[in-house]
Design a protein around this ligand. Structure first.
Ligand SMILES: Nc1ncnc2c1ncn2[C@@H]1O[C@H](COP(=O)(O)OP(=O)(O)OP(=O)(O)O)[C@@H](O)[C@H]1O
Ligand SMILES: [Mg+2]
Length: 271
């Protein structure tokens, strides 16, 4: 198994006037190439904090992050920024597109920053827009696209740099549930067809169904890790390991992850 991203004993404490906030406490996490890991938890559970630590956007109070085989937490700021640009793609809840640029120009921007030669840039932009199903919308600006299409541009922008890891913090938070499901299907398909590693935070139980592994956070701690095995089999095949967390929330049965095939089947019959 190739590990694309790893966090070991990650803790992040924020100091505020009201006292210390332990946003992440002793978190161990691994994401392999070709694996979609979903981080789930209530508001304030520590999802964004964890993703920021793993993406090198914030430094842990203690603990270590490896991006591939590089110890990211040992790097200075410039080296970390270079590693981020080379290995990671970020997708944001608010899409983060530049309004005056077309879809293609938005996707091209990180390639310009990375000084990718123009011919290669054009090819990568076309390929990324095709992968997200927007080849025919390349010239449109974000305001001329639907929310789901805008987020697909956001995903195209993230994958155009051919990252090893996709990091997405509530990428479907602004989308209706059906659009959210298609965006999450897209992320799942990209992960499995391109061998990307992805870590995605969400509240949405529908999205959990596409995960290979679901990590549940509560008050900054991992309370359970659920691996979805045999995801192409016909029936449910989930194995949950409950971490020792006496204050873990009750699990809502309707949120239990199932196979992707089953999830798709349910959507087909729902609509
Ligand atoms: N910069 C900061 N300074 C102080 N406290 C912070 C900071 N960032 C986050 N926190 C606190 O850390 C905890 C975890 O926050 P985080 O944003 O990671 O939660 P979350 O799971 O992403 O929530 P949401 O679902 O609402 O996005 C919260 O109690 C939050 O108030
Ligand atoms: Mg958050």
């Amino acid at each position: 198994m190739t590990l694309a991203l790893r966090g070991e004993k990650l803790s992040r404490t924020f100091s505020s006037a009201a006292g210390d906030v332990h946003a992440c406490v002793d978190i161990d996490i691994e994401v392999a190439a070709g694996e979609l890991v979903v981080v789930r938890g209530a508001s304030g559970a520590g999802k964004t904090t964890l993703l920021n630590l793993l993406g090198g956007l914030d430094a842990p109070t203690s603990g270590t992050v490896w991006i591939g085989d590089v110890e990211a937490t040992a790097l200075d700021e410039d080296a970390l920024a270079a590693l981020r640009r080379e290995r990671l793609g970020f997708v944001f809840q608010s899409f983060g597109l530049i309004p005056i640029l077309s879809a293609a120009e938005n996707v091209e921007l990180p390639l310009r920053i990375a000084k990718t030669p123009p011919a290669e840039r054009d090819a990568r932009v076309a390929e990324a827009l095709k992968l997200v199903g927007l080849a025919d919308h390349a010239a449109q600006r974000p305001t001329e696209l639907s929310g789901g299409q805008q987020q697909r541009v956001g995903i195209a922008r993230a994958i155009a740099v051919r990252p090893h890891v996709l990091i997405a913090d509530e990428p479907t938070g602004q989308l209706d549930s059906r659009t959210a499901a298609t965006v999450m299907d897209l992320i799942g398909d990209l992960v499995h067809s391109q061998g990307l590693a992805a870590i995605v935070s969400t509240h949405d139980p529908l999205l959990v169904q596409r995960a290979d592994r679901v990590i549940e956070l509560h008050d900054g701690r991992v309370t359970s890790v659920t691996s979805v095995t045999g995801r192409d089999a016909a029936g449910p095949a989930a194995a949950t390991t409950d971490a020792p967390a006496p204050d873990a929330e009750e699990h809502d049965e309707s949120h239990t992850p199932r196979t992707r095939a089953e999830a798709r089947e349910q959507r087909r019959t729902d609509h």
